[in-house]
Design a protein around this ligand. Structure first.
Ligand code: NAD
Length: 338
């Protein structure tokens, strides 16, 4: 059993914790808590052991009646791998704590690539992380782009990729961020950071991206323009996407007219927390004009990196091939395997 701890129990940490609990080869030793909150009460009710992120948290959590097993340092003594799902840019502070404890670590996309020097998307570069001590699972948008571009690149091949990202403003439970009534250029200078981030995982072609935030909390939507290396028909691209793991194809004519339909699909499928782990491409949007391919891609920001975190734990721990790990993860999460 791989003993796993999670430091940071928010949007990503909660989901990854439940995913770890579904793995036959992993044990969730505990998660960290910061201050009293119903999410920790619910975690405790599920049987997830709680540890305080620091001494101040320990006192506040115990005063609230929570059963706290110790601090982050105690948790680190009991795990093989820690998944750091703390807020972006906290990784730099946490990295030396994990190193001192001699624990392997998986960081998230809110950290810079330089923190670990190794950015991860399972189906693109699982092997690079095998046996390493630290890895960074890239952001939700970069994960969606990497899966999609890797599939096309393995098919007809890619010379250049361009993407315009309409980004959800914030997550559903975050009331502090906007916009409520504006489209925010994110950033105004071009290109956005997503292109270089994709290139921290994939090599051999050029990617340029631009992004803006829109007043919605569910899903990002990417408009992709890909210049192909070899001539290809729509059917070739659709086949390449269908044969890649963790991709889902939907069609406007079947009722998928918006990102809201994707959320509705997750609800109707009975997915936990309405999570869509797959990068979702509109099959009818896939169009070839000359050597350029066009398509729409949707990314459920809260969920897409969950399977990647599970595979990152297996890669660091060793003993699994990419295909073995992806299959185990997908079966446990109910993701159809191609
Ligand atoms: P979040 O704010 O929902 O959760 C972070 C949790 O960490 C909170 O529970 C917070 O109380 C706790 N925390 C605060 N300070 C801490 C500390 N010093 N040590 C440990 N925990 C601490 O954030 P999130 O959205 O889950 O993001 C976590 C990471 O995942 C970030 O790097 C983010 O960029 C990345 N990510 C987020 C999304 C998304 O859409 N939410 C998608 C992909 C990747």
């Amino acid at each position: 059993m791989i003993r796993v701890g999670i430091n940071g129990y928010g949007t990503i940490g909660k989901r990854v914790a439940d995913a770890v609990r579904k793995q036959k080869d992993m044990e969730l030793v505990g998660v960290t808590a910061v201050h009293p909150h119903y999410k920790y009460t619910l975690a405790q009710q599920k049987g997830i052991p709680l540890y305080a992120v620091e001494m101040k948290s320990l006192e506040a959590m115990r005063a609230s009646g929570a059963n706290i097993r110790g601090t982050l340092n105690d948790l680190l003594q009991r795990v093989d791998v820690v998944i750091d799902a703390s807020p972006g840019d906290t990784g730099e502070t946490n990295k030396p704590i994990y190193e001192q404890a001699g624990v392997k670590a998986v960081f998230q996309g809110g950290e810079e690539h330089g923190l670990t020097g190794l950015s991860f998307v399972a189906q693109c570069n699982f092997e690079d992380a095998v046996g390493k001590s630290m890895v960074r699972v890239v952001s939700c948008n970069t994960t969606g782009l990497c899966r999609t571009l890797n599939a096309i690149n393995k098919g007809p091949g890619i010379s250049t990729a361009r993407a315009v990202l309409a980004r959800r403003a914030t997550d559903p439970d975050d009331v502090k961020k906007g916009p409520i009534d504006a489209v925010v250029l994110d950033p105004t200078t071009l290109p956005s950071h997503h292109g270089p981030d994709v290139l921290s995982v994939l090599k051999g072609f050029d990617v340029v991206t631009m992004a803006f935030k829109i007043p919605t909390t569910h899903l990002h939507l990417h408009s992709l323009i890909i210049t192909l290396k070899k001539p290809a028909a729509k059917e070739d691209l659709v086949a390449a996407l269908q044969h890649a793991p963790r991709m889902m194809l939907v069609e406007g004519k079947a009722g998928f007219k918006s990102t809201a339909s994707i959320m509705d699909l997750a609800r109707e499928m009975g997915r936990p927390r309405n999570d869509i782990y797959e990068a979702t491409v509109w099959k009818d949007s896939v169009t070839v004009v000359g050597s350029d391919a066009y398509m729409f891609l949707a990314v459920h920001q809260e969920a897409i990196v969950v399977p990647e975190n599970i595979d990152a734990v297996r890669a660091l721990s060793g003993g699994y091939s990419r295909d073995q790990s992806i299959k185990l993860t997908d079966e446990s999460l109910g993701i159809p395997h191609p």
